[in-house]
Design a protein around this ligand. Structure first.
Ligand code: SAM
Length: 232
């Protein structure tokens, strides 16, 4: 899969290419990643990409000219929908991550200031996605959230693919609790069943824990699982 990023802060994405699972995805060739700097398409020497809003008011707006050229350059290289990260978009979740991971390409457009000129949304954007009901100062961190969530779903990226399948939200449930050495930590023991070596009992215990956690912490997930079962 190839992901293109359109941003005025390309350096931020060093965090994606330099660390962890996303770095592994890039190194293994399962993910290709191109960052397009909007300032490269500015027409003045100061590489200006923003201006005051028509109608007045606080803040600046990303101007359409450099953005349009930058997105068009990204489209020449990367196929797939252009997604604008915005708090006004549909909410990102594991289902959306799975859907995006099925694409061969994707372009993520990062806003800044008050956002992008609306005509960019009208002429260049296929889909608008939010990572939650709060406002960040730019679309770069939301884009990184999406890249990470998508990259770990690509085949061959996470060493043990079973671990991805057992993560929260994949079966409509939260994950079970996990323990590692030592057996006793500050007076707290690892649950005995995990030391038993009985794989069936361990599987059963993990399932019960996951169900109970989901029931207590996210009853909405249990309700929607129930609904889809009745629908089937
Ligand atoms: N004036 C905009 C509004 O109220 O809808 C917010 C602009 S915000 C300060 C600047 C940029 O950050 C946005 O254009 C968007 O790209 C990004 N952004 C902020 N919060 C976000 C969120 N929850 N999800 C996705 N992108 C977000």
């Amino acid at each position: 899969m190839e992901i293109g990023i359109v941003t005025i802060f390309p350096e931020i994405f060093g965090a994606v290419s330099g660390f962890g699972m996303t770095r592994r995805a890039l190194e293994s060739g399962n993910l290709a990643f191109s960052v397009f700097d909007v300032r490269d398409y500015a027409s003045d020497r100061r590489r200006t990409v923003d201006d005051r809003p028509y109608g007045g008011g606080p803040g600046m707006v990303l101007t359409p000219g450099p953005l349009a050229e930058c997105i068009d350059a990204a489209r020449q290289k990367v196929s797939g929908p252009v997604v604008y990260l915005t708090p006004q978009g549909e909410q990102f979740d594991q289902g959306t991550a799975r859907e995006l991971a099925g694409l061969s390409g994707l372009i993520l457009l990062c806003g800044r200031y008050e956002g992008v000129d609306e005509r960019i949304v009208e002429t260049r954007v296929d889909r608008e996605i939010s990572i939650g009901d709060y406002v960040l100062s730019g679309g770069e961190f939301p884009a990184m959230v999406i890249v990470d969530a998508v990259a770990r779903l690509l085949p061959g990226v996470v060493g043990n693919e079973k671990s991805v399948l057992e993560d929260s939200f994949n079966e409509g449930m939260l994950d079970c609790p996990h323990y590692t050495r030592p057996e006793n930590f500050e007076g707290l023991d690892v649950p005995k069943v995990l030391l038993s070596g009985n794989h069936e009992e361990i599987r059963q215990w993990r399932m019960e824990q996951a169900l109970e956690r989901t029931r207590v912490r996210r009853p909405d997930l249990v309700r929607s699982a129930g609904r889809s079962e009745t629908e089937n």
